[in-house]
Design a protein around this ligand. Structure first.
Ligand SMILES: O=C(O)C[C@H]1C=CC(=O)O1
Length: 96
């Protein structure tokens, strides 16, 4: 199942920069491992914002929930999820 996920990161302004750097490094490794597995299909930066738009390919809602709850930046994120169906006009057979 495909999901459109928008994530906005709100790190506290007074967070120790070394702690922030560590969490961001953990987040990058977590994200890249999921991209290699094909679970995190796309990630795009929203221009000018500390926000991304992503497409996840998960088995079901529970799987997506586990993936999102495992994000190292999860405690500092606002996340919105939109489940996606294949569009009948799509010419891309992989869009499912
Ligand atoms: O930078 C972000 O958008 C937040 C997060 C998502 C993946 C990653 O590496 O960081």
């Amino acid at each position: 199942m495909l999901y459109h996920v928008a994530m906005t990161v709100n790190l506290p302004a007074d967070m120790d920069p070394a702690v922030a750097a560590q969490i961001k490094a953990e987040e990058k490794a977590y994200s890249q491992a999921l991209q290699k597995e094909g679970v995190w299909r796309h990630i795009w930066r929203v221009s000018g914002l500390y926000e991304n738009v992503s497409i996840f390919d998960c088995r079901d809602h529970e799987h997506l929930h586990e993936v999102l709850m495992g994000l190292p930046l999860y405690p500092y994120m606002d996340i919105s999820v939109t489940p996606l169906n294949r569009h009948p006009s799509s010419i891309h057979p992989g869009d499912q």
